[in-house]
Ligand binder design. Structure first.
Ligand code: FAD
Length: 447
């Protein structure tokens, strides 16, 4: 459909929000997403203000057969929240967060960021566990699963989801929860953006006291000893502790986050600073909202990224060798392998209870290639792809749909496995038979 005609249809829908077309002065600002590699030119960006705007945009896209990308935080690694031609439905203006402290629940607009959620929770001494970078969108993260510093203690973000308001492909507004449209509610907890546009989430919250964070860097010479020690300590850790490491060509950074009783913090966290002789180190009380912003700058918008992850049950010698050999050939000092500890409460939920497919994993790895110049695209993508391939060979079945730089049926199928993929595909046929919502790790409708 031509840009003029599409513009006309959107204008006729009389939105409260803004329609940013190619002639708009801020078109370039609003067409960008987080990954600088995804440099696309949609026909129009609808900056929705209301649920009605969302419904109208979905109807126009469905009626006109237009490609529709849905964007909240804009962090899609493969760039699926934008498109060439077609419409981008941008929810970032619907970013309210309303905490009901007495009930221990929070309602979150479909375009809110983790920083909005964390900040509102902190005022009430409450938290909903999510990811580790504050400018990530609540919507995209939740729809894939949502893992972060508090998942071992309080579960994945989806394990705290009580309900979601969804605009479906036919423009209906549906509330999905355990009691209302339970099949759709199942699909939303890991099935990505396949089933509609979520305009509101309702989450459970948990009281969170002060947290203690230890961070150390170790030299390249100590990689093996540190990672062996890390495996031993982290695998015996209680649920209130979550650890991670980031291995670059010249440095290994280890972080341990303790959310349990303060008096136990030093005994549990400080051994992670004695895995060898650290080059730098810090240990102490940290506001959770500050921890959540620690990587905001290094993960700033606009850099070029190719990232792929997978699940491990342990950091054994094979994993250590694989990670070491990947970073030995990394294209620059920024590119790295990041590992986050999972397990704990995440594994209390039955594997079949949600589409998210990694309940048994103890660790999550991600190979992150990061660079700035388009002339480095091939070299950096190749490193990311090869590193991920070698780690995938020693990883568990299943994968995390939210952190896959590539997309296509094989990616979704590989992530969910045959049983869950089939269930998702039947659900897709019920809620989006024409596959309007296909810019995602797509589930093809199966009648
Ligand atoms: P967007 O690009 O806006 O959306 C991604 C996709 O989600 C869209 O293509 C669409 O299919 C769907 N979508 C978005 N909004 C809606 C909506 N309202 N309704 C329906 N579908 C929608 N994941 C973790 O679990 N833990 C982490 O700690 C973590 N850290 C990250 C840090 C960075 C820097 C980045 C880039 C990603 C991180 N991720 C993490 C992965 C993250 O969960 C995914 O990239 C997620 O898709 C981002 O959501 P978004 O709303 O920001 O992205």
């Amino acid at each position: 459909m031509g840009g003029g005609l599409l513009d006309r249809e959107l204008s006729r829908a009389r939105m409260d929000g803004l329609i940013v077309d190619r002639d708009h002065a801020e078109y370039d600002k609003y067409r960008r997403i987080w990954n600088g590699l995804a440099d696309r030119r949609p026909t129009a960006i609808v900056r929705a203000r209301t649920v009605e705007d969302v419904r109208k945009t979905v109807r126009v896209a469905a009626d006109q057969g237009t490609l529709l990308a849905v964007r909240s935080g804009g962090h899609s690694l493969p760039g699926l929240s934008t498109c060439d031609d077609g419409i981008v439905l941008d929810l970032s203006l619907i970013n309210y967060v309303t905490v009901d402290a007495a009930a221990g629940v929070v309602e979150v607009g479909g375009g809110a960021l983790l920083g909005d959620l964390d900040k509102a929770g902190a005022h009430a001494g409450l938290v909903t566990p999510a990811g580790v970078v504050s400018h990530t969108g609540v919507a995209g993260l939740t729809l894939g699963g949502g893992m972060g510093w508090l998942s071992r203690r309080f579960g994945l973000t989806i394990d705290n989801l009580l309900g979601a308001e969804v605009v479906t492909a036919d423009g209906r507004l549906i509330w999905a929860s355990a009691d209302s449209e339970p099949d759709l509610f199942w699909g939303l907890r890991g099935g990505g953006g396949n089933f509609g546009v979520v305009t509101r989430f309702k989450f459970r919250m948990h009281p969170l006291g002060p947290i203690v964070v230890g961070s150390w860097t170790y030299s390249a010479n100590d990689y093996e000893a540190v990672l062996r020690g890390f495996q031993g300590l982290s695998s015996a850790a209680p649920r209130e502790l979550t650890t991670s490491f980031e291995l670059m060509s010249n440095e290994l950074a280890v972080t341990a986050c303790w959310s349990g009783a303060q008096e136990n913090a030093a005994a549990i966290v400080s051994p992670f600073g004695n895995l060898a002789s650290p080059v730098t180190g810090s240990f102490g009380n940290t506001a959770y909202v500050d921890l959540q912003k620690r990587s905001d700058e290094s993960d700033a918008w606009g850099q070029r990224h190719y990232s792929k992850g997978g699940f491990l049950d342990k950091i054994d010698d094979a994993a250590i060798r694989c990670i070491q050999s990947a970073v030995a050939s990394s294209p620059n000092a920024r590119s790295h392998i990041y590992v986050l500890q999972l397990g704990g409460t995440i594994g209390d939920v039955e594997e079949a209870a949600t589409p998210y497919s990694g309940r048994a994993a103890s660790y999550y790895w991600i190979a992150n290639a990061i660079w700035d110049e388009s002339s480095d695209d091939m070299r950096c993508i190749e490193w990311g792809r090869n590193s991920a391939k070698s780690l995938a060979a020693i990883s568990m079945q299943g994968n995390y749909v939210n952190e896959q730089a590539d997309f296509g049926k094989d990616v979704a199928f590989g992530a969910y496995g045959v049983e869950k993929y089939t269930r998702l595909a039947r659900l897709k046929a019920r809620y989006d038979p024409a596959n309007l919502f296909r810019l995602n790790q797509n589930i093809e409708p199966m009648p």
